[in-house]
Ligand binder design. Sequence first.
Ligand code: SF4
Length: 238
Amino acid sequence: MALAENYELTPEKKAWQTHLILNDFYGELNLRQPRRSSMHELISTMLSHRTTHANEEKAYYRMREAYPTWEEVMAAPVEALTDTLETAQYPGAKAINIQKALKIIQDKSPDFSLDFLKDMSTEEAMEWLMGLPGVGLKTATLLLLFNFHQPVLPVDTHVYRVSQRIGIIGAKVSAEKAHAILLNMLPKEAPVLFNFHKHLYWHGQRICTWKNPNCEECPVKNLCNYYTEVRKKGVDKI
Ligand code: SF4
């Protein structure tokens, strides 16, 4: 595949070229077995807000060790549940949200299976999930894409920053709006959206870091507004 050499491509073309180039660079991924169960994905992602992955995992497993069943998590004194979540940011608020969300899930599905989401349209499932306390766009899209292979696109801080720097989305677009804008530029196919999400996430972690992006090593630099307009002119930040 030839690299696009022109950073003046339309945002739609940049999105597609970025997808193709990063597929080659990082390798195309298969959307097969989810990395964790639906309930694990949901509750862990609720814990992940402003929290590192390592600390999110510590909080999740400490909670499950102290309260092995979801009924026990629901019945736990909120202070004690909060203690188990202390490695996450805002453990008190998260403990309350998790208990409220579990109650709503139990009312809908007494065995805490989220498989009923399979019977909903993508829009209905998004709406239902985002009605849970502590569940926003990122959590709902991660769960629906990773576990239910629905055509949605999680936009976390890395996907957002890399998309903005390349010029796929504008500098003033909010993270909330970025979800719909990016989704409209890409095929509504879960495997494509999964690869786009994972690759931009990795790119943001490994090369297009918040501080000092490693542009010289970047395979999409020929597409990138930041590289062409800022880096090449020797300015440090946009
Ligand atoms: S060229 Fe630099 S700013 Fe642009 S995507 Fe690559 S690393 Fe990020």
